[in-house]
Design a protein around this ligand. Structure first.
Ligand SMILES: [Zn+2]
Length: 257
């Protein structure tokens, strides 16, 4: 619960010290009305303060501590009372969804962003979309997370318009009528075995076809231009999506970088 409260408060107070506005400093949870004066542990009585401010304030009431800064005092008191409205909407919707799902026969579990982050931090896993998804819910260990992630990106199947325009709307070039050139189509994933010359070797990637039969190949290492269709072999037909593997850097690799 403490972790969730801290995450909520960090969001609410935008990771700054309430008293001096410092950011990028270690922040301590601070009772607006001190515990010693009967202040509660409710989130509406909590904010963040940097260490120096926290120590200077000590057990003073906030009105005494900020008596020379009435504007800041008003702002803190107003913000303390303000709930996160967006969060309230999400909460309500989420519970409605949860109740509906419970009426199905499927097993239903709930988790929270705070819990996901807790899992991720505890297991020393970097933040990516895929790994965050893997960290949702009860989790003791996550094996093999440093394996590459398959990223699928919608690339489209070309455009209906045959005229390319410049930014003023004038024709810049024309596309050929037929999409297939020597059996290849833009977006196909091909392997090219170039026997000789500057581009000799094997290249694999997404091709962009040209009527001349000399294609461009987009590989992980960059674009290789002017590859003849004679050297190409289709690995996967264009289906409107691009596929690539992204490697998640480990903590150690990032530290070295
Ligand atoms: Zn401060």
């Amino acid at each position: 619960a403490g972790y969730e409260v801290r995450e909520y408060l960090l969001e609410k107070w935008q990771r700054t010290c309430a008293y001096c506005g410092a950011t990028d400093v270690p922040l301590e949870i601070e009772h607006i009305v001190p515990r010693s004066l009967g202040g509660s542990n409710r989130v509406s009585n909590l904010t963040f303060a940097c260490r120096p401010c926290n120590q200077r304030k000590g057990h003073q009431p906030i009105e005494t501590f900020l008596k020379n800064q009435p504007a800041r005092l008003r702002k803190i008191q107003a913000q303390a009372k303000a709930p996160l409205r967006d969060a309230a909407v999400v909460n309500a919707t989420r519970w409605a969804l949860f109740e509906r799902l419970k009426t199905t026969v499927l097993p239903v579990m709930t988790g929270s962003g705070g819990h996901t982050k807790y899992n991720r931090r505890r297991l020393g896993i970097p933040k990516t979309h895929a790994l965050d998804a893997a960290c949702v819910g009860p989790l003791d260990a996550l094996h093999g997370w440093s394996r590459p992630t398959l990223a699928i990106k919608a690339t489209g199947r070309g455009s209906y318009q045959r005229t390319r325009l410049d930014r003023f709307g004038f024709p810049r070039g024309y596309l050929v009528r037929q999409k297939r050139i020597h059996g290849f189509q833009t977006g196909d994933r091909v392997i090219a075995q170039v026997p000789s010359g500057k581009k000799a070797g094997a290249h694999i990637g997404r091709i962009a076809v040209r009527a001349s039969g000399s294609f461009n190949l987009q590989t992980a290492q960059g674009v290789v231009q002017g590859i003849s269709y004679r050297h190409c072999r289709v690995v996967q037909r264009a289906d409107g999506y691009g596929y690539s593997f992204t490697l998640t850097q480990t903590e150690d690799a990032r530290r070295v970088a």
